[in-house]
Design a protein around this ligand. Sequence first.
Ligand SMILES: [Zn+2]
Ligand SMILES: [Zn+2]
Length: 277
Amino acid sequence: MLLEFFRMLGLADRVTLHLNSIGDGKCRPAFRERLLTYLRERLSSLCEECRARVERNPLRVLDCKNPACQPVIERAPSILEALCGDCQSHFDQVRTALQALGIPYHLTPRMVRGLDYYVRTTFEVVTGELGAQNAVAGGGRYDGLVEALGGPSDSGIGFAIGMERVALLLAEAEPVASPLALLIPVGNAALQRLLPLAQTLRRQGLAVEVSYGSRKLRSELDRANRLKVPYAVILGDAELEKGQVQLREMARGTQRELALDLIPGELVRLEEARRRG
Ligand SMILES: [Zn+2]
Ligand SMILES: [Zn+2]
């Protein structure tokens, strides 16, 4: 679902899935002890932050980004070699499913995520384009979360998406599709009529924008051109009284008057025509 989201944004080629399993309550404690022993012997080679967190949360050291820590991290024991039978066969199933879906991934045994309620699968969606801030989304199995919040023991999955980082990636991406129309009110009364119209249109699955400023019609039409919308719906005082709007076809610069009530049906028809190309 998460990768489908990135695909729909047109970012499929610019992000990679990183995958790991961090085991469960059965196998992780033993791994934690092994890792702890390994790290205690190399405390002096770790950065200050890692030295402070070795005893508290040694797994967290594994995803330290400080270059000083990398040689120690690279030779650290791998959690994937410490999984118990149940965790191993669960992870095999996850990988088989990804393969069936045609989703490529990198195995990253050092990726542990930070939080205690993670069990087994962890993942990140990573880009090579934003420097050190390379994870644009991350998550995993949250099997411990409901119980940690006071509920019954239950399984779960979840993820978080870094909206600012996704926005940075999108800034350079070709827009997947421009909105269908810009709704331009000329005056306040018109705005009050166009807001519910926009709501109606969006509920029908149409992407539309509304102009909120009280700028001149000319500059609103310039904005429509910048947005690359094929249509503008213009509502001024004269039209408002008649219950009419102007539907403008931006590319040709032609417009026709139409009853307000007919706009949703007409725009649905135009959107279908646009999708057919
Ligand atoms: Zn470190
Ligand atoms: Zn296990």
